[in-house]
Design a protein around this ligand. Sequence first.
Ligand code: ADP
Ligand code: MG
Length: 344
Amino acid sequence: MSENKDLEQLGEFGLIDHLKSKFSTVQPTTIQGIGDDCAVIEISDTEAMVVTTDMLVEGVHFNLMYTPLKHLGYKAVVVNLSDVCAMNAKPEQITVSIAFSSKYPLEAIEELYAGIKAACEHYGVDLVGGDTSTSYTGLTISITAIGRAKKNKIVYRSGAKDFDLVVVTGDLGAAYMGLQVLEREKEVFKSNPSIQPELDGYDYVIQRQLKPEARKDVVQFLQELDVTPTSMIDISDGLASEILHICKSSKVGCHIYDEKIPIDGSTSLAAIEFNLDPATCALNGGEDYELLFTVKQADYEKIKGNPHMTVIGHITDERDGCYFIDKNGSAITLKAQGWNHFNA
Ligand code: ADP
Ligand code: MG
């Protein structure tokens, strides 16, 4: 009981910090251990390999009532490739480990792997191994992704500096609204299975939830623009949580402006229908798998007007703190919702 309470108090990130404090690295090839989107391992004087693992657990990360297995396989790969992109690296290989009930039909596993294959083809990565086990508690998928980059092009969470600009790719909040729509239709279906789901007009937000993409294209654009971000992270847990990771790792503060946050019109419409503030969905929703990065002011001209990138704020001194400036100009302290925030 008391141990559970400790875990609750620590939260996911506190637990990771606690575990990390018990280990130190001894290999000179370990450039970056626990604490970034990927570990970084030296492979030559100029090149490094990046490695990341993400696990999707039935009932926690997905619900098979409304998640097609093919989409699930695709998403399981994407969430890992997104972490590789967040290091400004190019994904090359994945391994896939699955645990599932022995009652599963072969077709179900084939569907899952059809999605995994589609992602491998789309992103040009090779499936090179994995593991298979029985599960008594539902489906679990754990994927490891491996990528490569020039050592001097790797971007960490820790490099943001005072006055840097804060940039986000694509638009935010849609995946969270997609989840709200799917959850609502699930409840309607449970109470009356003869009612057809009402999904018209929600295509974009549902697609963002069920079939996200990793911004490998943005890594390419940045290279073409000759911009190396000073820090970068992918948005898996919501903008607020991710900018706080950058600020903590970089020992800086920030100002993020409500009016600058890119939100698709269909996300705003869905949010308003659900009595939610669209900005709150962007800040706390998560699963957008967009990239959040900082650049030097001198690089502004190179990214200005780029349709994939929006400047949403700037970095400040650590002592100034981390603030969200709302549409009335009021500064609100940024807070991460932490784990299990979907249950709140
Ligand atoms: P992301 O959201 O980018 O996948 P996480 O928040 O899951 O990152 O993890 C943050 C860091 O902690 C990463 O470096 C990850 O490898 C590490 N990490 C997470 N869980 C564990 C664990 N159980 N043991 C060791 N390292 C972990
Ligand atoms: Mg990440």
